[in-house]
Write a protein that binds this ligand. Structure first.
Ligand code: ADP
Length: 276
């Protein structure tokens, strides 16, 4: 059954004050439970796209629709509640004196009953492995811990769509793996997750869909194997080929794979295809 889009952008263009054109006629939709990687070089417009997707920026042209309704000044708050951004720099997001107050801030702003606020804060802290941190000042935490608090902030708001801006940038391998588990968990709970990343190997194994943005234009929107198969496009957007895809091609050329074109997404899937 075809899923209904939660969020749709139709011919969205955005220019910053001073004339810098950051998005050019971008159209895309995001459905419940989708796991989407947003790829593209620095300056491609990824952050601007996120800010248009949650209503912080208003497109100069085109439309944003949330749950089928065109967003305007009147209903922009619904979009902001429904679409949460986890910024790359956790410091820019964190404002409260303790971790508990920080995670409570969003649900309290939603004017939820106190018990619901407590339930959400405890749940978000547990998912992000932050039990025991409740009374700590966020600004004294390590980069990775702050990042987890920033994610817990948005989890506690319970939006439909999560936008992660380069989430693994400051994380060590263990925390990066834990974050990937959280991204999968959100997908299983029916949340749509969009992750802007330069990590093509992560995008290839994790995402259902890959979007490629270059100079404000959406160059590609498809499954990761279909997108990375377009060599000219990857060159244009400065995208390296994922290691698994390179391995698959190499093994295929040497006739060491049982089937061609299966596009394994994990090392284990590739191993199963090996002629032994
Ligand atoms: P990305 O997130 O892919 O690195 P951005 O969305 O940050 O790209 O930037 C897209 C373009 O918009 C770039 O050319 C950038 O210089 C410009 N830009 C971003 N923020 C601003 C701003 N506040 N004022 C003017 N130009 C900006």
């Amino acid at each position: 059954m075809k899923k209904e889009p939660v969020l749709q952008l139709c011919d969205v263009s955005f220019a910053y004050y001073g004339g810098q054109q950051a998005l050019r006629r971008v159209s895309l939709s995001v459905c419940e439970g989708e796991k989407i990687a947003l790829l593209g070089p620095n300056g491609a417009g990824k952050s601007t796209l996120f800010l248009c997707m949650n209503g912080v920026l208003t497109p100069k042209e085109g439309a944003v629709c949330y749950r089928g309704v065109k967003v305007s000044a009147k209903n922009r708050n619904e979009l902001r509640r429904g679409v949460g951004i986890i910024f790359q720099d956790a410091d820019s997001q964190i404002i409260a004196p303790t971790v508990r107050a920080e995670i409570s801030f969003g649900p309290m702003n939603l004017k939820l009953p106190k018990e619901e606020v407590v339930r959400r804060v405890e749940n978000a802290a547990a998912v992000m492995n932050l039990q025991g941190f409740a009374d700590r000042p966020p600004h004294n935490l390590s980069g990775g811990e702050k990042k987890r608090v920033g994610i817990a902030d948005i989890l506690a708001m319970d939006p439909d769509v999560f936008l992660f801006d380069e989430p693994t940038a400051s994380l060590d391998p263990e925390n990066a793996q834990q974050l990937e588990n959280v991204l999968d968990l959100l997908g299983r709970r029916g949340k749509a997750v969009v992750v802007s990343t330069h990590d093509v190997d992560f995008a290839y194994r994790w995402a259902d869909r890959a979007l490629v943005l270059q100079r404000g234009t959406l160059l590609a929107d498809g499954t990761p194997p279909a997108v990375f198969a377009q060599e000219a496009l990857c060159r244009e957007a400065n995208l390296k080929s994922p290691v698994l895809l390179r391995m698959e091609k190499m093994l295929e050329q040497k006739n060491l794979l049982k089937e061609k074109g299966r596009a394994p997404r994990t090392v284990e899937e590739l191993e199963k295809l090996l002629v032994v």
